[in-house]
Design a protein around this ligand. Sequence first.
Ligand code: PLP
Length: 391
Amino acid sequence: MQIKHHLAEDTIDDKDISALIDWLKTNSRLTKGPLTLEFEKKWSNWWGKKYSVFCNSGSSANLLMYYVLLLSSKLKNKKIIVPSAGWPTTITPAIQFGFEPIMCEADKDTFALDVDYLEELLKKHDPGAVIFVQILGVPHKHIDKLLALKEKYKFVLLEDACAAMGASHRGRKAGTFGDMSSFSLYFGHQLSTIEGGVVSTDDQEFNNLLLMSRSHGWGKDLDPDSHGALLNKYNVDNSHNPFIFYEPGLNLRATDLQAFLGLRQLDKMDWLVERRSRNHHLYKKLLGEKFYAQSYDNDIVPCSIHFCALANDSAERKTVADALHKNGIETRLYTAGNLGLHPFWANRYGEAHFKWADELYNRGFFLPNHPSLKTEDVKFISKVVLDAVKR
Ligand SMILES: Cc1ncc(COP(=O)(O)O)c(C=O)c1O
């Protein structure tokens, strides 16, 4: 069956491609250069953050957040609370960099960290950091409690907003709650630069470490004052400037070609938030009574990449998936579901079972959402799902 409705579609359109071709003909610099700086500035302005660092994927953005945390003065110990529902690379840098990851249950409302479960872990382990995911573009319903816990237990909060760009909670944008927040600009996310990622922060120490870690550990991307301070601090031979390497760095840069696309995608933010949000509300209205789905209050703007629903059990999920396929509608099981059941985790720490994360693993499925999806498409897809289960 030919696919009529894809799960995701790119926001890079024909006009972007034509503009890109024209730009390429100007012999511009393609690797990281002035457009990257322009893009980072525009990104920071949109989110109201002080600093943003563009890198080559959302996974690299997460990797950078963990690494920078290690290099910083802000980590009281290497224990980190990680979510059971999220994406593997929300967690895998903890393993790669020798943290002690402790997994937390998903909350029943938005499938982000369960704040009550989290508090028990905080009391028991007193971790240096917590990372949470803004799941699928529906902001964490209990974010106020999460921020209160941060004050009480004094941990660094990392926010994985890789799939939540454009969503907001009482006027505050997803991606502005963490001490550092990551974003993914991969195909099918709210906006795309082919591949790409961003870390945003208000903290200058984090920003300087992000800039150095992203590019070989050198200081030449820092502002002159910060770089000058490092030169003084280490008293190094200035004749090597700007190629002085202060930290054991990586190379996770994106390119100006991607920044060119990113600048154009940011101009579409209002449009794509409106469309994705409209579609999400409609799915919720049509399916919400029969299917368990993320819940949110009126003052939340969801900006989802897919609509996630839970079937009654895995057999019913298969019935729904078959009906969707038959009607040319792309679907997918809830991707990853409970991360604690995947070999990368289970082989090291044993299988981790949690009530809600297991429900996602066993019953969750995705329906298409993207800005080009029309209301009649959402109605049609919802009808196929409802007809499939007849309950
Ligand atoms: C929550 C979350 N974090 C991180 C990532 C990784 O982003 P990327 O695919 O750009 O590496 C994804 C990808 O879908 C994601 O959904």
